[in-house]
Design a protein around this ligand. Structure first.
Ligand SMILES: C[S@@+](CC[C@H](N)C(=O)[O-])C[C@H]1O[C@@H](n2cnc3c(N)ncnc32)[C@H](O)[C@@H]1O
Length: 424
């Protein structure tokens, strides 16, 4: 079973420990946006200058140079895997330098992504070039691409324009390199500044969006995402970096610290502009979970305050990671399917909590073909709610839901619908 290394109490921040290449295929969740800062493969024993001192450019074993074929194979493998994790209208941002960015750009196009922009992030405080034989390295490149040539993506044009003095935002961003206050939980050798990630996230996602970082490091992506009310899953090989990530999240669970950080993030005209913008954004709608029960079992519902959804598919992969179903506050039962079309019943209950359980721990499900279940604890037993809209075309809504979430068939799995569809 895929167990998160860390999951925050507010269910906005998840970390997985291990190799992205192996972990990405072990869960089914699809994301609105991916930010990836993959190894640049520049740890070749060269030298640079930091705070006036000559330092090695080596970052760690994960960043060692292994030649072009290795870099291309590495990039092709993770980009192929990540494509499956992106919603059809989703976008991906990949940062790099000349060591890896041309390889990434070519492979993106080979795989059918459409490149939207190549952002030049110009650091206004770069380290000097001590050889004095070429220009100071003062920029990093960030490719922005969408999954599909044809399916439109989201771009927050108005906000970007506003942040650029009411002129269209350019693809050259002048933002400072990492500041000391961003390293309060420890040092990662290639930590990105929150200002860059905040601009990326606000430009390309809506509130509540799910964001994936397959090379999380200290989870700058996750911190920027959560500070902007977006959700995050990060993956890294090194426990040391996951600990920094976890501590950074624990730090911003304190709303005062979070507020303070929002004020310090560069790229805004005033200290309060980010806070004000976020509070004016529409909040994501609450979801209602639909659960399937055979017609002959409907009568038993009023005697229980526990409900089980399948949590793994036939291959044993989680059908919903990181537990999107946790967003549901209410559970409504639907039935039908074999002898008559799917229909909504009026059985309704408030959800107390949702946990993942193995079949061996659930009475009556020990011999099930499904390995894991979502155990939904209800606040009280099911009641019949007269406001449930029994006339809705459930078949159509389920079909639409499956299409949007790229699920082949929905039976027994949780379906999440907006409240407006379910109530009169
Ligand atoms: C360039 S750093 C990311 C830094 C990050 N953007 C930040 O702000 O802290 C790349 C990270 O990828 C991790 N990494 C390298 N190869 C990996 C792999 N195959 N699976 C998971 N993580 C990997 C490294 O441990 C490193 O922390």
């Amino acid at each position: 079973m895929l167990k998160p290394y860390f999951k925050s109490d507010d269910k906005m921040f998840y970390l997985l420990h291990g190799d992205t290449m192996k972990l990405l295929s072990q869960f089914e969740h699809q994301f609105d946006m991916v930010f990836a800062d993959p190894p640049y493969f520049l740890s070749n024993n060269g030298l640079s200058i930091q705070s006036g001192k000559v330092v090695s450019v080596n970052k760690g074993n994960w960043d060692k140079s292994h030649g072009f074929d290795y870099i291309n194979n590495f990039n092709r493998t993770w980009l192929q895997l990540i494509r499956e994790k992106l919603k059809d209208d989703g976008t991906i941002w990949i940062s790099g330098t000349y060591h890896n960015i041309f390889s990434v750009g070519q492979i993106l196009q080979e795989l059918g992504f459409k490149i939207l922009n190549v952002i030049t992030w110009e650091k206004n405080n770069p380290p000097p070039n001590f050889s004095c034989r070429y220009f100071t390295h003062s920029a990093e490149l960030i490719i922005w691409a969408r999954k599909s040539e044809k399916i439109p993506h989201y771009y927050n044009y108005e906000l970007m324009k506003q942040l650029n003095g009411d002129k269209q935002m350019k693809d050259v961003w002048k933002l400072p390199a990492i500041a000391r206050w961003e390293k309060s939980c420890g040092k990662h050798p290639t930590q990105k500044p929150l200002s860059v990630l905040t601009r990326i996230i606000l430009a390309s996602t809506k509130p509540g969006a799910w964001i994936l970082d397959p090379f999380a490091g200290s989870s700058t992506t996750g911190i920027a995402a959560n500070l902007a009310n977006r959700r995050y899953l990060g993956i890294d090989l090194e426990k040391e970096f996951l600990e920094i990530s976890k501590n950074r999240k624990l730090e911003i669970l304190d709303s005062q610290v979070a507020e303070n950080y929002r004020k310090k993030i560069s790229g805004f005209e005033t200290k309060n502009q980010l806070k004000e913008y976020l509070s004016a954004e529409p909040q994501p709608k609450e979801k209602v979970a639909l659960g399937y029960v055979r017609s002959k079992d409907l009568g038993k519902l009023k005697k229980t305050n526990t409900f089980y959804f399948h949590a793994t598919d036939k291959q044993g992969h989680f059908i919903d990671f990181p537990y999107e179903i946790n967003n549901a506050k209410k559970l409504i039962i639907y039935s039908g399917g074999r002898t008559k079309p799917f229909y909504l019943t009026s059985y309704c209950a408030e959800i107390e909590s949702i946990k993942i359980k193995h079949k061996s721990k659930i009475e009556g499900k020990e011999n099930s073909k499904t390995e894991y279940y979502f155990e939904v604890q209800l606040k009280e037993q099911f009641v019949e709610n007269n406001n449930v809209n029994l006339d809705i075309d459930l078949k159509k809504l389920i079909k639409q839901y499956c299409k949007e979430n790229q699920i082949k068939s929905a039976d027994y799995k949780p379906i999440l619908l907006d409240e407006v569809f379910v109530y009169k």
